[in-house]
Write a protein that binds this ligand. Structure first.
Ligand code: SAM
Length: 240
């Protein structure tokens, strides 16, 4: 039998997993998963007893890319051995998940079938929890470290979402997270927004019935103690 790969998302919190992702996890010969909460881990293992976590491939103090390379190869090894493999990542598996894209592209280049199914991302939850409709003013969405490095032109009358602000500027993995460049990020934003502009440090809830964390902070007052590795920053549009 020739191997294959299907990459799925488990959503932000397992209650948000899709029916097709559940079915793919259950049907696989091998499942490799990376999730952000213990309930999701237990649920993936309940769907498929052959499921194994990729979490221990992170190494404290080592570059993120090293861990992503190890994850990619851990996913591809059973594919090359002829297994039907499912890789499950929390949220949407294609949104800010390098090993999922790497594994699919390498698998295809080696002649294996490889597909991705969508999942419910943190930005999807933000749209619901904060009542943001991209139809009204548009939506700009960037990874925070990349935003700082490339300094893309932004439109302040359009809403802005910055991902991974809790690890902005961090070159290596740390389980607790650190945001050494948060001050620089704020300085950059202050070139386009007033210091008193209200922003939201947002964390979607992973559990039904538990509300999201919505911390309103004036842009000029945004500091590292307001953020965690799971935080996403929402900068509302300046009224036209
Ligand atoms: C490696 S990315 C994974 C994103 C994930 N694949 C998704 O679809 O949402 C991690 C970043 O996603 C965002 N994120 C993850 N969990 C979140 C949550 N519960 N609430 C808000 N943002 C979250 C944060 O910006 C975090 O730094």
């Amino acid at each position: 039998m020739s191997g294959s790969l299907i990459v799925v998302g488990t959503g932000i919190g397992f209650a948000r997993i899709t029916l097709e992702a559940r079915a793919a996890i259950s049907a696989a010969d091998e499942v490799l998963y990376l999730v952000a909460d213990p309930v999701s881990a237990t649920a993936v293992e309940a769907l498929n007893p052959r499921a194994r976590s990729l979490d221990d491939l992170y190494e404290e103090g080592a570059p993120h890319r090293d861990a992503y390379e190890r994850m990619t190869e851990a996913i591809l090894e059973p594919v090359r051995a002829g297994k039907r493999v499912c890789a499950a990542f929390y949220g949407h598996p294609g949104v800010f998940v390098l090993p999922s894209h790497q594994a699919i592209s390498r698998a295809r280049s080696e002649g294996f079938d490889a597909t991705m199914l969508p999942g419910v991302s943190a930005e999807d939850c933000l749209v619901a929890d904060l009542g943001v409709d991209p139809a009204v003013n548009g939506l700009q969405s960037y990874e925070a470290s990349d935003f700082l490095r490339r300094r893309p032109a932004i439109e302040p009358t359009t809403a802005l979402v910055l991902w991974q602000i809790g690890v902005v500027g961090a070159r290596t993995y740390s389980a607790r997270g650190s945001a050494p460049a948060l001050g620089q990020l704020v300085e950059l934003l202050l070139e386009r927004y007033p210091a008193g502009h209200g922003t939201v440090v947002y964390e979607a809830s992973s559990y039904p019935g538990i509300p999201p964390l919505v911390r309103e902070v004036g842009l000029g007052a945004l500091s590292a103690d307001a953020v965690t590795p799971a935080s996403t920053l929402y900068v509302p549009p300046i009224p036209r």
